[in-house]
Design a protein. Structure first.
Length: 238
């Protein structure tokens, strides 16, 4: 089935129901449920950190997310103390990465990313305030990490932040139209196979195509990403 015909049956209410069944959403939800003496800002901060190093992982992101939840539950007190004192948790992260079952690859590069992101600790940020300011959050991550706003890890981090905030606050997350879809290997395959494209295409071309679809159907790109990952991919590519 053509992508456009497939997504035309969706509205935002149906997309939200789909996202709440996303294994990554469910893993974050379970992590939050298990934590005692909950700290909303710490959870959001750690969710962003985890998302920024969630690439070249073994197995699936869902298993990685479960591992993340178990680890922060176990080390909650240590993490709270580090956060309250505005201390860098890079040593904790390094230990986590090197002992991880699912995210051990290129751990030195990922640890350096964490160190860069931790510059944010000096800004006295209340992450809860970003729930309806996701463009500002994307800008902030881009500046701290010195990366493009539409980079895959940045955009993925914003999406996971939206999931985490919805879980802790019960406030529905609607992503803005301006934050573009993260182009990964699955999205590339969906684009080229569905449109029967044989030539090499750029990420920009793919993003432009899905941005056009988003505007035409009034579906923000990150929600379109959910349709493609959670429904279209499973029906036509697995």
């Amino acid at each position: 089935m053509k992508i456009e015909n497939f997504i035309s049956k969706y509205n935002i209410q149906k997309i939200k129901k789909l996202e709440q069944k996303d294994p990554q959403f469910l893993a974050l939800k379970e992590s939050w449920r298990k934590i005692q003496n909950k700290d909303e800002n710490l959870f959001l901060y750690l969710t962003l950190q985890c998302a920024l190093v969630s690439y070249q992982i073994a197995w699936t992101w869902e298993l990685r997310r479960q591992e993340f939840g178990d680890k922060i539950q176990k080390d909650r007190k240590t993490l709270q103390e580090l956060r309250q004192k505005k201390q860098d948790n890079s040593v904790w992260r390094y230990d986590f990465l090197t002992n991880s079952k699912y995210n051990k690859r290129i751990y030195n590069i990922k640890t350096n990313k964490i160190k860069k992101f931790n510059k944010i600790l000096q800004k006295n940020i209340i992450f809860l305030n970003f729930w309806n300011k996701l463009e500002e959050l994307n800008d902030l991550i881009s500046k701290v990490m010195n990366t493009k706003k539409d980079s895959k890890t940045n955009v993925f981090a914003v999406k996971m932040f939206g999931y985490a905030h919805e879980i802790i606050s019960w406030k529905e997350t609607i992503y803005p139209m301006s934050i573009e879809i993260p182009v990964d290997s699955r999205i590339k395959r969906i684009y080229t196979n569905s449109l029967d494209i044989k030539n090499k295409v750029s990420n920009t071309e793919i993003q432009n195509y899905f941005q056009t679809l988003s505007k035409k159907h009034n579906i923000p790109p990150l929600h379109l990403d959910s349709i493609l990952w959670l429904d279209y991919w499973t029906k036509f590519f697995i």
